[in-house]
Structures are given as C-alpha cells and as structure tokens.
Design a protein around this ligand. Structure first.
Ligand code: XMP
Length: 518
C-alpha cells in the first residue's frame, strides 16, 4: 500500500531466518514496519521510506567475508535511532570502525547476559540478576566502534549489549525477536519508545487508510474480487466494498474443488450479511475437465491458475469491463527473501495468487492486505464486522482440494475426500480443538489398500489427516493429537465414509515437508 501515514520503522534484512519475527513483535506493539532486503536499501530509498528508526537484522554471512552485505554508509549519518541485531550488530561495528572476529567465539542457543551498566534500552531487564537470551553467532565483536560502550555480557560475547547513547545507536549480539529471549519484546519496545514511537498502528486506523488508498487507486472503475472461501479474500472483498460500494462485484468460482458445503456457506454468508453483488459461477465442469488425466502437481497448479484467470476475465467482461482484479495477497507472500547467490530462489510451488498471474491478464491488481500478517487480517475482518466463526476459519488454498488429492483427480475421489474432511473437522470441533489448530484437513492418497470389514474384504483408498500449528504458514509443526482422538477419528472416517479403509496421521513438520501435500 502506498501513502502510509503512520510512524514507520524500517527493518533492513540481511537474510536471517527470523527477520519476520522482528516485524511481528513490532506489529504486536502497534508499530508499522516493513522488511526491505539489504540489496535494495540505499540512502535514497531510506529517505523515501522516511522511517523514524531502523533495525538491522541478523544474517548468515560473516562481515569478514569479501563482498558480505553492508548497510548504506549514509544510514549512520541520518540521525536515525538504530538497533543492530546479531549480524546487524557486527555490520554496525565493522562500518563504524570497530572489530569483529571469528574463530572460537561462536555461541548457539540459550545464553545468559549479565548487566555491566545501566541503559534505558534495558528497562525491565535484569530484575533477577541476569537475563536469558537466544544466541546464534559464529563471529563476535571484539572491539567497539568509537562512541559505543558495553552494557551487558554473555560468556562468549563480552559485547552482548552495546550502545552509543548520544547517537541513539544500539547493538545486541543475541536475537530479541525470538521466543527464547523471553524479555526480547520489552527490549524492542524500549527501543521504539526511545525512538519516539507512540504505537499508532491500529486496525481502525489501517482500515480508514486502506479505504482511501483503494479509492485513490480504483477511481470510478469496476473491480472484481475472486472469493475462495478463505478468510483473506473475504476480508479483502468487504474492505473494498466499504471503499467503493457497487463498483465491486465478487465472483465465487465453484471449481468443483471446494470442501463440503463450502459454496453454500460462503455465498450464504455474503448474500445474508452484505449487499455486495455476487456472481456464483459453477465452473466445476471446466476445471475438472481440464484436470482430467493430469497427475503432476505443478501441471495441476498451472492449469488451475490459468483457468481462474480465464474465468475472472470472462466475468470482468460480463460486469461491463472491470479494470481491476482484487486479491487477498498477504505480507509474508510479498516479502522478498534475501538470496545470497543473487539467483532466483527455487520454486517449491506456484502459488496461484502470488505474482503468478500470466502477463496476458489485462487487469491490474488491487491487493489491500499486502501489508498484513494473517492474524492482522483476522483483526481487520473483525473490525469490518465479519462474524468470528468466519474470521477464525482455517486457511484454505486457492487450488482447493486439488492439492489434497495427489495423483489423478476424479469426481469420485473428490466426493470421498469431501466426506472424510467433513468428519475430521467435525471431530476437531467436537473436541474443542478447532481454534487451537492453525490448519487441518484430509488428503486422499493415490493408493488403495486391503482391509476387512465385517467378514468381507475391502480394497479402498487410504487417507492422511493433517493438522498443523503455525504462525504464518511459512514453518509448521504437526499438532500433537491424543491417540484416543486419532483412534476415534479413524474409526469414524472408516465407518462413515464409503471408499476409505485406512487412515494415517501425517507427522511431518515444515520444513522439510510442506503443509499441503502438493
Ligand atoms: P504449503 O503447502 O506451501 O502451504 O506449506 C502454506 C500455506 O499456504 C496455503 N497454500 C496456498 N494458498 N494459493 C493459496 O492461496 C495456493 O496456491 C496455495 N498453496 C498452499 C496452504 O493451505 C497453507 O496454509
């Protein structure tokens, strides 16, 4: 989104696995921030962004390596408060005249820092004498840059906490953004307080601003918004409707790959609660026809992506020429990850709603959730009056059940999958676990197994249950159901769903797995 008027904080990303957590901690403190990869940050881009403070993230490189990442030198003369974290600390010292060394200084995992002097950045710290922090560094600072003094030390990092108070520069060796630094959020909040942030990033304010930005972008043109059944597209639709009213038409594309009762639920929710023009397009013959005989995951995704565009274009014409297509793209999808090789990162899956739109598409994108994390989208949904039961729905992918049906997709398999999924979700709800789980679903496996029911032999499909906990879908852990729950659910599925005679539970985390099966 452009024209953000909130106080802004810039995070320069040097490629740490946990940079996103810095943004999350700050957003929790109602501070608007953006992550920019170091390759794209220049003095000019910083001035254009106009931050009130800058955080330099950790990263995997060593400042001693030739060509290793640096911050623009101008950053240090702009008068902005700075916080360097891990590699960010080392970069600050290196660029400001201190010294960083490798050999024998590494520290990984939990460590304890003890104070060496008082510092406002550490208000609320050291109440019990020392403080647990999470370290992950091979190199360490051995000589401070001019103006800096030490304020805390760990066994392997004499300069675990350093500051040049006069310039409002702070630099720490550990990661305050991770859970294993229990008072990390306090330190980050102290930093933003010192930088003069007032915590003006609220959903109410965001909503007003997003509405203005949508109005400015769209003018008097028409917009269509594809509803997928997921929370993101629904929130985007309601927000855009508040901004431009009947210039918006929603299209719910029934691909034949939806869950049981999904079309009725989504269309009903919109028809009953909102006065938004809604086209319910039953395109299941088109999608399932084109997918017939296809079993390669990427081919399937590409076919679905292309058909979505065809359908949107058709409806864009039918509403009198929509110039804009609205999508519920989120911030984690648009953060450019830092690639040290300079090459493109490997495509794991072509997400159909992220940058994967064919160039031939004539519509421009409206993506009002591009700045938000998933939990923020939910908060915005509540702000817009969407019912809690809807806002709290588990994420559902654009390609729908296609990516939960490895191998060939057939109508009978989809019917079996829908029924099994409905039983599984019913079980989860009955046990009061729905809101504790980030996402849960069934995948039908491309394999039949032999079973025995009554006195007869069965030869039916096997399915896999999946349930994960995650913050944003980028990493995930399997949900630790009790054996009783799993046993009861397997029995119910086999008894209630004709066509399945074996149930497995997928206990793969992400990475190395992904959440969906394809
Ligand atoms: P993976 O399987 O990549 O999924 O670990 C991470 C999260 O993204 C969802 N997902 C998608 N969402 N379009 C979407 O809108 C897609 O093509 C897509 N593929 C995966 C998935 O359900 C999980 O929440």
């Amino acid at each position: 989104m452009t024209n953000i008027t909130h106080q802004r904080l810039l995070i320069i990303d040097f490629g740490s696995q946990v940079t996103q957590l810095i943004a999350r901690r700050l957003r929790e403190a109602k501070i608007y921030c953006e992550i920019h990869p170091y390759q794209k940050v220049t003095g000019e881009s910083i001035r254009a962004f106009d931050p009130r403070a800058v955080i330099l993230s950790g990263g995997p490189a060593s400042v001693m390596d030739e060509g290793s990442p640096r911050a623009p030198d101008e950053l240090f003369t702009m008068g902005l408060p700075l916080l360097g974290i891990c590699y960010g600390q080392q970069v600050m010292m290196e660029q400001l005249g201190g010294k960083v060394e490798g050999e024998g200084h590494s520290e990984f995992g939990r460590a304890f820092v003890t104070p060496t002097a008082d510092l406002p950045l550490l208000d609320g710290w050291f109440e019990t004498g020392n403080e647990q922090v999470w370290m992950s560094h091979g190199d360490t600072v051995t000589e401070l840059a001019e103006g800096f003094a030490p304020y805390g030390a760990s066994p392997n990092a004499p300069y675990a906490i350093t500051a040049d108070v006069a310039r409002n520069f702070y630099a720490v060796q550990f990661h305050p953004e991770v859970h294993h630094t229990p008072k990390g959020s306090v330190l980050l909040k102290n930093f933003t307080d010192l930088a003069g942030f007032t915590g003006d990033w609220t959903m109410g304010a965001y909503k007003e601003q997003a509405i203005e930005a949508i109005q400015a972008q769209v003018g008097n043109e028409r917009v269509i918004c594809g509803l997928s059944g997921g929370v993101d597209s629904s929130v985007a639709a309601v927000l855009i409707h508040e901004a431009i009213g009947d210039q918006l038409t929603c299209v719910f594309v029934d691909t034949g790959l939806m869950r049981q009762g999904e079309a009725d639920e989504v269309v009903g929710m919109f028809r009953d609660n909102y006065n938004i023009p809604l086209i319910h397009a039953d395109e299941s013959d088109l999608f399932l026809g084109e997918l017939d005989g296809q079993s390669d995951p990427e081919t399937k995704r590409k076919i679905i992506g292309k058909l979505f565009i065809d359908v949107f274009e058709k409806h864009a014409k039918s509403v009198g020429g929509a110039k804009f297509l609205a999508q519920g793209t989120l911030y984690p999808d648009v953060i450019e990850s830092v690639s040290f090789s300079g090459g493109p990162s490997v495509t794991i899956k072509s997400h159909h709603n992220v940058g994967g739109l064919p160039e031939r598409m004539n519509m421009q994108l409206v993506e009002p959730l591009r700045d938000l994390f998933k939990d923020e989208v939910r908060a915005l949904g509540r702000e817009l009056g969407l019912p809690d039961s809807f806002v709290g729905r588990h994420p559902f992918p654009g390609p729908g059940l296609a990516i939960r049906c490895p191998g060939e997709i057939t109508r009978p398999k989809l019917d079996i999958l829908r029924k099994a999924d409905a039983v599984y979700i019913d079980q989860i709800r009955k046990h009061g676990l729905y809101d504790e789980i980030w996402q849960a679903f069934v995948a039908i496996l491309p394999v039949r197994t032999v079973g025995v029911m009554g006195d007869g032999r069965t030869y039916d499909f096997a399915c896999a249950l999946r349930a994960v906990n995650s913050v944003d879908g980028m990493t995930a852990d399997y949900y630790p159901f009790s054996h009783e729950f799993l046993g009861e659910t397997a029995t119910r599925i086999i008894n209630e769903v004709e066509g399945i005679n074996r149930v497995t539970y997928d206990i793969t985390s992400k990475p190395p797995g992904t959440i969906e099966w394809e």
